[in-house]
Write a protein that binds this ligand. Structure first.
Ligand code: RET
Length: 276
C-alpha cells in the first residue's frame, strides 16, 4: 500500500513538473496566465477600496459576490500557472490531434463553476429577482461548467466529447434565457434597468465567446493552438470579470440607495423590506 502510494505520488509529481516545464516554455500560454494573476490582484485591492463605504446589507451582498470573482480568479490562475490544474490528455480517434498528448488546462472549467455563479448572483441581486429564478440561473450555470469540464476531460470517445459539449450548451441556453427574458423586467421594476441592461449585454456577448473558443481550440476542432486559446479565454476573462465587476461595483457604490430601496429587499437580507 505504501509502496503503491509512493509510486502514485512520484507519478503525480513527475507529471506536475513536466506540465510546469511545458507551460513555462510556451510564452504565449504562460503570459496569458500571469497577466490574469496580476490583474486579479489589482482588482481585489481596487474592489475592496471601492466598497469601503458600502453600508446597506443588500449592496454589501452584491459587493462580496463581486469581490469573490477576482478572488476565485486569482486562485484559479495560480493553479493553472503552477501546473496543478493542467494535465496532458491523449485525444481519442477522430480528434484533429488524435493520439497526441495535448496540454489541457482543465482547472479553468472547474473554477468557472465557482466564479460564474458569483457573477450571476450579483446580477440577480441587482435585478432584484426572486429566489427560484436566481436558483435556476445559478444551478444551470454550474451544470454548464461541470459538463463543459467533462467535455474537455473525455479521452475515450470523440463523439462523447461533443455530446457533453451539447449538454453544456443546453444548460447555457437556460442561463441566457434568464438573463435575456426574466431579469430585464425585474431590473426595470427595481429601478436598476439601465445598469442591468449594460451588464447584461456585456455578459451575453462575452459569454458567447467561451463555447466558440472551446470549439475552435485544442479541446474541439483544434484550429487554434493551446497558447492562442488560453489568451482568448484570458482576454474574455479580463472583460467578463474585471471590467464587468468594476462597472457593477462603481454603480452600486454610487447608487446604494436605489439598490437598498429595491422592492423585494427581503431576498437579499432574509428580512422584510421594512426591517432593512
Ligand atoms: C464551455 C464549453 C462547453 C459549452 C459551453 C461552454 C461555456 C462556457 C462559458 C464560460 C464562462 C466563463 C466565465 C468565466 C469567468 O470567470 C464550458 C466553454 C456553453 C459561458 C464568464
Amino acid at each position: 500500500m505504501s509502496a503503491q502510494h509512493s509510486v502514485s505520488v512520484a507519478l503525480l509529481q513527475a507529471s506536475q513538473s513536466e506540465v510546469l516545464q511545458e507551460i513555462q516554455s510556451d510564452f504565449l500560454l504562460n503570459s496569458s496566465l500571469w497577466v490574469n494573476i496580476a490583474l486579479a490582484g489589482v482588482s481585489i485591492l481596487l474592489f475592496v477600496y471601492m466598497g469601503r463605504n458600502i453600508e446597506s446589507p443588500r449592496a454589501k451582498f452584491i459587493w462580496v459576490a463581486t469581490l469573490l470573482v477576482p478572488l476565485v480568479s486569482l486562485s484559479s490562475y495560480a493553479g493553472l500557472a503552477s501546473g496543478l490544474t493542467v494535465g496532458f490528455l491523449e485525444m481519442p480517434a477522430g480528434h484533429a490531434l488524435a493520439g497526441q498528448e495535448v496540454l489541457s488546462p482543465w482547472g479553468r472549467y472547474l473554477t468557472w463553476a465557482l466564479s460564474t455563479p458569483m457573477i450571476l448572483l450579483a446580477l440577480g441581486l441587482l435585478a432584484d429577482t426572486d429566489r427560484p429564478t436566481l436558483f435556476t440561473a445559478i444551478t444551470m450555470d454550474i451544470g454548464m461548467c461541470i459538463t463543459g469540464l467533462a467535455a474537455a476531460l473525455i479521452t475515450s470517445s470523440y463523439l462523447l466529447r461533443w455530446v457533453f459539449y451539447g449538454i453544456s450548451c443546453a444548460f447555457f441556453l437556460a442561463v441566457l434565457y434568464v438573463l435575456l427574458v426574466e431579469w430585464p423586467g425585474d431590473a426595470a421594476a427595481a429601478g436598476t434597468g439601465e445598469i442591468f441592461g449594460t451588464l447584461k449585454l456585456l455578459t451575453v456577448v462575452l459569454w458567447l465567446g467561451y463555447p466558440i473558443l472551446w470549439a475552435l481550440g485544442s479541446e474541439g476542432i483544434a484550429v487554434l493552438s493551446v497558447g492562442v486559446t488560453s489568451w482568448g479565454y484570458s482576454g474574455l476573462d479580463i472583460l467578463a470579470k474585471y471590467v464587468f465587476a468594476f462597472l457593477l461595483l462603481r454603480w452600486v457604490a454610487d447608487n446604494e440607495g436605489v439598490v437598498d430601496d429595491a422592492s423585494a429587499g427581503s431576498m437579499a437580507t432574509g428580512t422584510a423590506p421594512a426591517d432593512d
